[in-house]
Write a protein that binds this ligand. Structure first.
Ligand code: UGA
Length: 479
């Protein structure tokens, strides 16, 4: 493949680790730096702290050859031509992005620069961060001709991050100098030339040699805004469809049909129009708030984003009311829960709507039995096992003798349940689906009271004509 480049990636979280594995996969030498010594040791020994498709394969393939792990940022900086900053940018109390980790890392990098380096922002950061990094490095005495600062935002989704990296929709490079733009272009050449896609064992995905990802060269500020604006627009799409779902629910239309109809307009597109319990995760909630703050700082009122956030909060509450509408009272009710992570395909529970709903049910006195294929361990740290909370080993154990079953995220296995078995396992055949994984007619035919989001019959009412007939509980029915 093209000429290898030595890079350091600071921060071994979702973005840093995936970028490290993927840069190695396309032939570069990568040193992964993290100040958490225990994590570094785990990674060296072959442990992988996150659940991500293809990540174990890629790290096993390149560990000790093209990927190394260290806690020594100074040595890594000296050895690298490009240093990527992929540390966390958590939400501060005010809602803006807390950039103290970026600041600290930039200072430390500056103290180790002894030859030309490119410092690349990979974390999601507000506009002007690039300029701040440049100032910090200069303040530490590094001459202007010995470094450049560039922005190369990531558009990875958790769960499919490796494929998203290697088969990107686009690669955005915000660079202020020819020299830094050239080096970053070279870094991605195996992808943009299509070369990678004809190598043996290339990770499969939508891109091919004849259809490689395009590269977009922009100013550093534009690249920073592209990242925030992309996440904010995707979150807006979700809140928009969730409100449309609520209209559909009231009007007796099906939001799935409506979303299909909207999405067939090529100017809108079908993606991110799935109604549900609201968005979560480590990115959308934080980035929408941070972008709104950026707008405020530059004197622009982005009230639209406030509305997006408000709708998202209300959506969780609406779902909770839907559960209440089916169960009437909560205290002592036994509820099976499928899904704890903020979406299927990941173990990440940060800002998970599922956990929010579980917590509300626990506060109301419900007894929960929850199952998630990957997020149990992390969930146990936040909601430990107790008299009201149990973790199940599969969906049927979660549903055992439950007064209702909730579907709160979209793991594929939740869409493929054995309905006959489920019907028999539940105490009452009530399924409340926050991700619209089933066809309502099919569920009714299978004997379920099925409530979902934005579809006819999506909530129980007390209207005697509209109220579903509730069959007797399973035990009594058999007797
Ligand atoms: C998101 C973006 O999709 C990535 O492009 C971006 O790189 C990443 O944030 C980031 O900034 O690091 P991610 O948070 O992994 O990725 O998850 P998504 O797949 O985007 O889903 C976010 C939330 O929206 C989830 O709770 C999901 O269930 C929800 N969602 C998504 C919907 O409710 N409806 C949809 O149609 C799509």
């Amino acid at each position: 493949m093209s000429q290898p480049i030595s890079i350091a990636i600071v921060g071994s979280g979702y973005v840093g680790l995936v970028a490290a594995a993927c840069f190695a996969e396309i032939g570069h030498h990568v040193i992964c730096v993290d100040n958490d010594e225990a994590k570094v040791q785990t990674l060296r020994e072959g442990g992988i702290p996150i659940h991500e498709d293809y990540l174990p394969e890629l790290l096993n393939r390149h560990r000790g050859k093209l990927v190394e792990f260290t806690a020594d940022l100074r040595a890594a900086t000296k050895a690298a031509q490009a240093i990527f900053i992929a540390v966390g940018t958590p939400q501060s109390r005010a809602g803006s992005a807390d950039l103290s980790y970026v600041d600290a890392v930039a200072s430390e990098i500056a103290r180790s620069i002894d030859s030309y380096k490119i410092i690349v922002e990979k974390s999601t950061v507000p506009v002007y961060t690039n300029e701040w990094i440049r100032r910090v490095v200069e303040r530490n005495g590094v001459p202007r001709d010995l470094f450049d600062v560039a922005s190369n935002p990531e558009f990875l989704r958790e769960g499919t991050a490796v494929v998203d990296f290697l088969h990107a929709d686009r690669i955005v490079i915000g660079a202020a100098t020819e020299r830094s733009a050239e080096l970053l272009k070279r870094l991605y050449l195996p992808l943009t030339s299509g070369e990678y896609y004809r190598t043996a064992n290339a990770v499969p995905g939508p891109r091919a040699q004849a259809d490689p990802p395009p590269i977009l060269l922009t100013s550093t500020k534009a690249a920073e805004i592209i990242k925030h604006a992309s996440n904010a627009l995707l979150a807006t799409k979700i809140s928009f469809i969730n409100v449309v779902a609520n209209i559909c629910e009231a009007a007796g239309a099906d939001v799935e049909e409506v979303a299909r109809g909207i999405g067939m307009d090529s100017r809108i597109g079908p993606k991110f129009l799935r109604a549900g319990v609201g968005y979560g995760g480590s990115c959308f909630p934080k980035d929408v708030a941070a972008f709104r703050h950026v707008a405020e700082q530059v004197g622009v009122d982005f009230g639209l984003l406030r509305e997006v956030e408000k709708i998202n909060e209300e959506q969780k509450l609406r779902f909770f009311q839907k559960i209440r509408s089916a169960l009437w009272t909560f205290r002592g009710k036994r509820i099976g829960v499928l899904g704890l992570a903020f979406k299927g395909g990941t173990d990440d529970i940060r800002e998970s709507p599922a956990l929010d709903i579980v917590q509300r049910l626990l506060n109301e006195g419900c007894v929960i039995s929850a199952y998630d294929p990957a997020a149990e361990e992390r969930s146990r740290e936040v909601i430990p096992v107790g008299p009201q909370m149990q973790y199940a080993k599969d969906p049927y154990e979660a549903a055992q003798d439950a007064d209702a079953l909730l579907i709160l995220n979209d793991w594929q296995e939740f869409a493929e349940l054995d309905l006959a078995r489920l019907r028999y396992t539940l105490r009452y055949p009530i399924v409340i689906d926050g991700r619209n994984l089933y066809d309502p007619t099919g569920m009714t035919e299978n004997g379920f009271i099925y409530l979902s989001v934005g579809r006819p019959g999506s909530s129980q009412t007390l209207d005697p004509v509209a109220t579903h007939y509730l069959p007797p509980p399973r035990g009594r029915a058999k007797a």
